[in-house]
Design a protein around this ligand. Structure first.
Ligand SMILES: [Mg+2]
Length: 246
């Protein structure tokens, strides 16, 4: 036994953008006690993930594999290993986003129409960068509005992987980056077979940022409520599933 268990953060270990609670922190400790190596694989920045987890001692892949930081036990800090960026033709992206706004009737927005991140990732916030939180939350709680147009939006950005992100936006990572790629790269560098890896995530549906891993050869544990993480991982915590599979 003793494979790698890789985790998404928001919606899997915590509520979206809220601190890691004691209960799930204990679950991670217990998994480690059972011989599992732990790894975070996130959509956000490594430091954001690390801070949100209350500086939990774990290595972190960020930005869909564009960043990787290693936990240094001696100092209790994250050491950046790599932090890649990709070029972005902002003018071209703005042009395509404007076309999509016109086509799907999202021409009214608050603030900026597009958000460009230093990594080269892009966010297309349908309500704009300055929309009120309440409006964003009410916009598409079950994601059906964005899933209806997902295929068309994705087709407009063939050089990106497009995700149904946050509450009212599409997130885009430059190809080839996504969580599956990130995990595969991590495994290749360590000679770790995919059969020894389990990914735990909540966003495995159409356009979700865990979907690529879910559809891959990696093991996958679905989380539909982060407050029931222990239940979802019950077999792994009791040792049964882990010993059978590894
Ligand atoms: Mg998630």
């Amino acid at each position: 036994m003793g494979g790698l268990m890789a985790f998404d953060l928001d919606g899997t270990l915590t509520q979206h953008k809220t601190p890691l609670e004691q209960e799930n922190r204990c679950v991670l400790d217990e998994l480690r006690g059972r011989g599992w190596s732990l790894l975070m694989v996130g959509a956000g920045q490594c430091t954001r993930i690390f801070e949100q987890m209350g500086r939990y001692p774990v290595d972190v892949i960020g930005n869909y594999g564009m960043q990787y930081s290693r936990y240094d036990a001696a100092t209790g800090r994250l050491i950046p290993v790599f932090d890649r960026t990709a070029p972005c033709n902002r003018r071209e992206i703005r042009r395509r986003v404007a076309g999509l706004r016109e086509r799907f009737g999202f021409e009214a927005f608050c603030g900026e129409s597009v958000e460009f991140h230093p990594s080269g990732c892009v966010t297309f916030p349908l309500l704009g960068t300055c929309a009120a939180q309440a409006d964003k939350l009410a916009f598409d709680p079950d994601r059906s509005r964005r899933r209806r147009i997902y295929a068309e939006v994705a087709a407009c950005f063939p050089e990106y992987t497009v995700f149904v992100g946050g509450s009212s936006s599409f997130d885009m990572a430059p190809r080839p980056y996504d969580k599956r790629y990130a995990l595969a790269e991590y495994c290749a560098a360590r000679g770790l077979p995919h059969s020894r890896v389990v990914f735990v995530g909540d966003d495995y549906g159409l356009g979700g940022n865990d979907e690529a891993v879910y559809r891959s050869d990696f093991g996958f544990v679905k989380i539909d409520d982060y407050r029931r993480l222990r239940e979802a991982l019950g077999a792994w915590l009791s040792g049964g599933a882990g010993e059978r599979s590894f």
